[in-house]
Write a protein that binds this ligand. Structure first.
Ligand code: 13P
Ligand code: SF4
Length: 302
């Protein structure tokens, strides 16, 4: 293990590579990254990067977004087949059909989406900025794609808007049931429940705090509580336990695992640094069209 980590560090310096990693990848991959964070933080870091190359340890929409925002950089993925099923759960046809029904429509696209879906959207959001961005839009009618759960959560806080939902979902968060949370609360009655907004409304209603992965990590650090029930992917447990050795964290249920994120291994990171292939490539017209909503997100999230 030490050997592979040293080889990664050496090649990373030699080849001028910035390694970005999402909180859901395995702990040992998070440890070798230059920046670990939520989707919004990582897209900001991708834009600010001064290195020639970005190696993105995450699922494909993340590497794709980094490339859309940084066309001049070489963006590499340790495993290009690591994917987020939700990213594919909306279609350009649906977006076009809803646009025809409303004059005053904003198409708001969760960053967990393909470049093709982004092309047809007005603005992108992540779980940490969706509320702020949707609130700031002048449009009353909002088509939220692809995640229904995040859309419904935002809608519950913005009654002045008319939301049209799409039936996409994250299987990891949807699999956390209200009964799991109730059981966990019974077992650990003192624990605070921290939930990601990709969970269903039934789960969110049981939560003491709702936020992105970095929001959950911040809340756990700032809370006076000593015990927490975590309703998101278990990759966050590395940062949670590292930052709070005196606190205890329980998953709401077993197997809160994103298999796409877990495809990223140290061995694949090393192989990619050696070969420098597996780059994200995109048609330039498609890239420019997908860049517009991402750039708008970065402006509106300020
Ligand atoms: P955040 O890290 O932005 O909260 O996103 C969670 C997620 O599901 C990423 O795929
Ligand atoms: Fe997609 Fe869910 Fe995995 Fe996030 S946790 S990448 S939304 S499948």
């Amino acid at each position: 293990m030490a050997d592979i980590v040293n080889q990664i560090k050496k090649l990373k310096e030699e080849k001028d590579v910035l390694i970005l990693a999402h909180y859901y990848v395995d702990e040992e991959v998070q440890k070798i990254a230059d920046c670990v964070g939520d989707s919004y933080y990582l897209s900001e870091k991708a834009v600010e990067a001064t290195e020639k190359v970005i190696l993105f340890c995450g699922v494909s929409f993340m590497g794709e977004s980094a490339k859309i925002l940084n066309p001049e950089k070489l963006v590499l993925m340790p495993d290009p087949t690591a994917d987020c099923p939700m990213a594919h759960m909306a279609t350009a046809e649906k977006i076009k059909a809803v646009r025809e029904q409303y004059d005053d429509l904003a198409v708001v696209c969760y960053i967990n989406s393909t470049a093709e879906i982004k092309r047809y959207s007005d603005v992108c959001v992540t779980s940490s900025n969706a509320m702020k961005i949707v609130k700031s839009l002048p449009n009353k009618n909002i088509l939220f794609v692809p995640d229904e759960n995040l859309g419904r959560y935002i809608a519950s806080k913005l009654p002045e808007k008319n939301f049209i939902f799409n039936d996409g979902y994250c299987y990891v968060h949807k699999d956390i049931k209200k009964e799991d949370v109730l059981r966990a609360k019974e077992k650990w009655p003192q624990a605070e429940v921290l939930a990601h907004p990709e969970c269903t409304m039934a789960v969110l209603e049981e939560a003491d705090y709702i936020g992105s992965t970095s929001g959950i990590i911040k809340q756990a650090g700032e809370s006076d509580g000593k015990e927490f029930i975590i309703c998101t992917e278990t990759g966050v447990f590395y940062e949670l336990t590292k930052n709070n050795p005196d606190k205890v964290f329980h998953p709401a249920k077993e197997q809160q695992i994103c298999s796409g994120m877990k495809q990223i291994t140290l061995e694949k990171v090393l192989q990619t640094l050696e070969s420098m292939d597996q780059s994200v490539e995109m048609d330039e017209t498609a890239r420019t069209q997908a860049q517009r909503p991402l750039t708008k997100m970065l402006e509106l999230a300020q």
